[in-house]
Design a protein around this ligand. Structure first.
Ligand code: SF4
Length: 561
């Protein structure tokens, strides 16, 4: 493991470039000691408390002292923001951002770069000395002292030698890590794109063949009562042999390249999935039906996941000997969280949680948050109760004309809500399953009402300005990853509680924010009592019935200001 030796005085000297806060100074001291003593660390502070200002001077000091440092962010937006924050500190301009390939332009083919074309042509492009940002960024990734990149790049690209790795918003890293080594194909999206292109010879045949086999898989691959499970080898062979052949592969790839961006992305996913079927020995294959509506094929997906032995090699190889700092607002159980992220067992490496105790001044931020547990709307997994909850939410939004987020357990509930609300309210943003982080960020910030389901990335830290009201319909359980042998309740509940607290916590992002969060499902009452639900939030929660809440002028008058 890397031995890092940093001088606290020098770090604090850099830190003077921004407004001094006692708790930040204390955290810089605790983190520096933890790293100097050979530990990994979890920096746990609420959103908006300036975690970047705590780790940036440490990262800059480390890189200037000869310790290669890498900062990992979820989205390109976050990478840009973190780089701006670094630039405020002496020496911070040294930090270079490295984005995903699709954010660069290809000088050779005169279009947006993509992994596919680069993988195939990289060597030739290098021989022909193309001055290309993709090749230049790969060189920087191996050589620069201080890099800011994204989770996917870090997990999927080859390993590099880092002394210090900082994972920003690390709660999202757990989810991305689970998905980084698999290709998944969402049948609903494929069917939609097929309908657009079904009369085109190459693309129509390609997607049509896939949909035909998918229909057979959906009907017969799993016993009726199973919602997810592995795919038999016969289906994998059919997928490998019947979708496209070596003879038409080149024409197919050219056809996919000519499609509009979104269609191209879906076709690319199918192509890569079928490619994994052709290399079946390297993967395991799964069918996953929707948890709540398993009879609907449009909500089902096929997943090809690299074999676990390969993944078990890759993740430790990405971290190698680096010291690791996780920065998070909602770690749940910090030790479990860091183990999930890094796959280290922490028997030989120490682990510190910073700060040791949450400063009172920060806990006080949550005084401006009200959480109401609705006592009479019942279990919103039942469609009758869900519709009641929806009517109630609409009534609330008629009174409280504030920026509002509505969070649902799944895409179907979200769609039902959209159909119900779209004629009554303007300015609604409905987060689609395939919206990327930057699209979500843009539209979530422009719209008054935002609808999102538990599986979308919006729960995981995409920041939304001026949010005042949150309405959470149902506990946001997400599916256990396909490779986890049997759905285990505690695993699911840990992730659900983390998402729930992220959903609530996004209402308070500064000392002056005020927020109101309504938890509609009757089961929330027991979940807020769990050990992993933060005391600061639990103290703000109170039970109320829906009629009383609608009549409570003292609550809604605040929204008229
Ligand atoms: S590696 Fe080649 S194909 Fe990829 S962006 Fe660079 S020039 Fe284009």
């Amino acid at each position: 493991m890397s031995t890092i030796d940093l001088t606290l005085d020098s770090i604090l000297e850099r830190y003077k470039a921004v407004q001094q806060r006692d708790y930040q100074i204390a955290c810089i001291g605790e983190l520096t000691s933890a790293i100097n003593e050979g530990n990994d660390a979890v920096l746990h502070l609420p959103t908006g408390t300036g975690k970047t200002f705590i780790y940036a001077p440490i990262a800059i000091e480390a890189s200037e002292s000869g310790f290669r440092t890498c900062v990992l962010c979820y989205t390109k937006f976050m990478q840009d923001r973190v780089r701006e924050d670094f630039a405020r500190f002496p020496g911070g301009n040294i930090a270079n951002t490295i984005f995903g390939v699709s954010f660069y332009t290809c000088p050779r083919f005169g279009r947006k770069a993509d992994n596919w074309t680069c993988e195939e042509n990289r060597e030739d492009c290098m021989n022909q000395s193309y001055e290309c940002e993709v090749i230049a960024s790969e060189k920087r990734y191996s050589e620069d002292p201080l890099i800011i990149t994204n989770y996917s790049k870090f997990l999927k690209y080859r390993g590099a030698d880092w002394d210090l790795i900082i994972i920003d918003d690390s709660h999202s890293f757990e989810t991305v890590k689970d998905q980084a080594y698999q290709y998944s194909v969402d049948y609903g999206l494929v069917d939609e794109i097929y309908e657009k292109h079904k009369n085109e010879e190459i693309i129509g045949d390609f997607l049509g063949n896939f949909c035909d086999i998918f229909d057979d898989i959906f009907e017969t691959a799993l016993p009726h009562e199973r919602k997810q499970g592995t795919l038999g080898i016969d289906f994998v062979k059919r997928l490998a042999e019947e979708i496209f052949t070596e003879d038409n592969e080149k024409r197919l790839r050219e056809g996919i390249q000519r499609l509009p961006d979104r269609d191209k992305q879906v076709c690319d996913e199918v192509y890569r999935f079928v490619g994994a079927c052709k290399r079946a020995a390297d993967h395991r294959f799964y069918l996953r039906k929707d948890w709540f509506t398993p009879e609907d094929p449009k909500l089902a997906e096929l997943i090809a996941r690299e074999v676990e032995a390969t993944i078990d090699f890759k993740i430790p190889d990405r971290f190698r000997r680096a010291r690791i700092i996780l920065a998070t607002a909602t770690p749940g159980a910090p030790e479990k969280h860091i183990r999930e992220c890094t796959q280290r067992n922490y028997e030989k490496v120490g682990l510190k949680v910073v700060p040791e105790t949450m400063p009172k001044s920060l806990a006080d931020w949550f005084r401006n948050l009200d959480i109401y547990l609705l006592s009479d709307l019942g279990d919103t997994r039942s469609s009758v109760n869900f519709r009641r909850a929806l009517r109630f939410a609409a009534n609330i939004m008629r009174i409280a004309k504030a920026k509002t987020i509505l969070l649902f357990k799944n895409f179907n509930d979200q769609k039902m809500a959209k159909d119900f609300l779209k004629n009554e309210f303007e300015d609604i943003y409905f987060v689609e399953r395939d919206d990327d982080e930057d699209t979500i960020h843009k539209y979530a910030n422009q719209s008054r009402i935002i609808l999102a389901s538990a599986s979308t990335r919006l729960w995981e830290g995409i920041s939304i300005n001026d949010l005042r009201l949150g309405i959470i319909f149902t506990p946001p359980f997400i599916r256990v990853p396909v490779h986890v042998p049997a759905p285990t309740y505690p695993y699911n509940e840990r992730i659900m509680l983390r998402r729930l607290q992220q959903g609530i916590g996004r209402l308070i992002r500064s000392e002056t924010d005020e927020g109101t969060c309504l938890l509609l499902d009757a089961n929330f009452g027991k979940y807020v009592q769990r050990k992993r639900f933060a005391d600061d939030l639990r103290e703000r929660a109170r039970e109320i019935d829906s009629a009383d809440l609608l009549r409570a002028a003292e609550i809604w008058d605040k929204f008229k200001e």
